[in-house]
Design a protein around this ligand. Sequence first.
Ligand code: N01
Length: 524
Amino acid sequence: MLDVIVIGAGFAGMYMLHRLRAAGLRTLVLEEGGDVGGTWYWNRYPGARCDVESLEYSYSFVRGWAWSERYAAQPEILDYARHVAGLLGLRADIRFRTRAESAFYDEATGSWTVTTGDGDALRARFLVTAVGCLSAANVPDLPGLASFAGPTYHTGRWPHEDVDLTGRRVAVIGTGSSGIQLIPAIAGRAAHVTVFQRTPGYSTPAVNGPLDPGHARWFEDHRDELTRRARSSPGGFLVPYGTRAALDVTAGERQAEYERRWTRGGVGFLTGFTDLLLSEEANESAAEFVRAKIRAIVTDPATAGRLTPKDQPIGLKRLCLDTGYHATYNRPDVSLVDLRETPIEEIVPTGLRTRDTVHEADVIVFATGYDAITGALLAMDLRGRGGIRLRDRWAGGPTSYLGLAVAGFPNLFTITGPGSPSVLTNMMVSIEQHVEWIADCLRDLGPHAVIEALPDAESSWTEQVRELADFTLYAKSESWYSGANIPGKQRVFMPYLGGVGNYRAECERVAANDYEGFLRTRLP
Ligand code: N01
């Protein structure tokens, strides 16, 4: 029997393997893909790149990698993941092209049995999921889709072989982060791009460019100090966080701050003031700034109007970063269909039919997002004590203790699970924190331990996650953060909003208090 099975070999699973090996635990990683990299293995669509600066979106303990751009493109990030796998010799303990279909906990032996897609049953004392928050692709069930004559792709399951869109008429459905990156990258190469937009989103410029080698050297020289800063910050980013409320300064000062952050680019647009996600009035000032930018960039007023978010606060859906997204609509070979005005009625062999016409297309790209945070966990048949299914435990929405553990599921840890800061933060910072906490826990407890979240601890943590969301504008928002993008999914705001610094302190306190909130026993 193994000590630990880890599911997923993205950045979380890779680091988990490294730390568990260092703790002397026999570990096997199961990975559905053909190599390491997780999200960066699957998201190969044109234009895919990180929206966190690459220097920050990298392991804090790996040195000597030279990023070429401020925001690396997907191939470079995948190269980095492969480089780290080689450096640490990880592949020897990763079984690729192996999907974990089910995982059952056996109380008698205190162990998990994981059944793979090829029918193998593997046993381990502990199970760690590193399945990613945005990995279960959402493809809408559009009538007639099977009749479409051309190929269809989802951005998160992009083929590994070359997809040549040159001279093709491409329909893109979805204008979230993926669509916003893809659309400018294929415009000009495709014969025509028709974008099907349901809700216009806010986006600010990435301001990407070659990475200054001097800055990269400085970053590496100060890496330990910068890592400490990121780990104690609200979001795990090294952006400047403002200390004043937007409503406490003059309109001119607000405007100047927004302009400064817009020009600098990156994820910091909304961190300039303390109240942008708390007060509708403050939020509206930032939203209106971005709306005015869209109106200034897009030359056709009707198109600008359709692209401009109305009656929606900014930042409650993930704020996108773009490179020339809105300006793309000034091209003659790019057109926009507003699905609120003319919904897709059906897909026909030659394209997409809306009320007034058939939009002809050779290729359809779904940039329609994910069943986020819980989707990949629930895609497996996970069963805990007494055979209870995670799917049933979470029928009313996910519950967890610290986003790391679920009552009734002993010896299971969920990296960046629901109830942890995860997707609202720099994922690298959140991944490292979870991995280190889990590895230390298993090292402290030893391989014969059984550890399980107590129901009371789980309820009060879940309540705390909800109360924090209720305190902010997120409470009323409709987004994948709360499952609103998936028909029939229970609406629960899933990420913990207290910030990575506070969250880390709480996890450390729990561990120092002899794993308070967990029931610990030992196998005989
Ligand atoms: O997915 P999304 P994404 N008919 O859910 C539309 C991360 N990420 O893949 O808003 C028509 O954001 C949907 O419309 P609406 C990042 O965290 C990061 O773009 O629901 N349209 C929306 O426009 C991000 O937030 C990076 O009305 C439909 C779009 O599809 C997360 O992944 C890059 C539809 C989905 O947007 C997800 O981003 C890419 C339907 N039936 C992604 N269903 C970087 O690091 C959905 N839509 C840069």
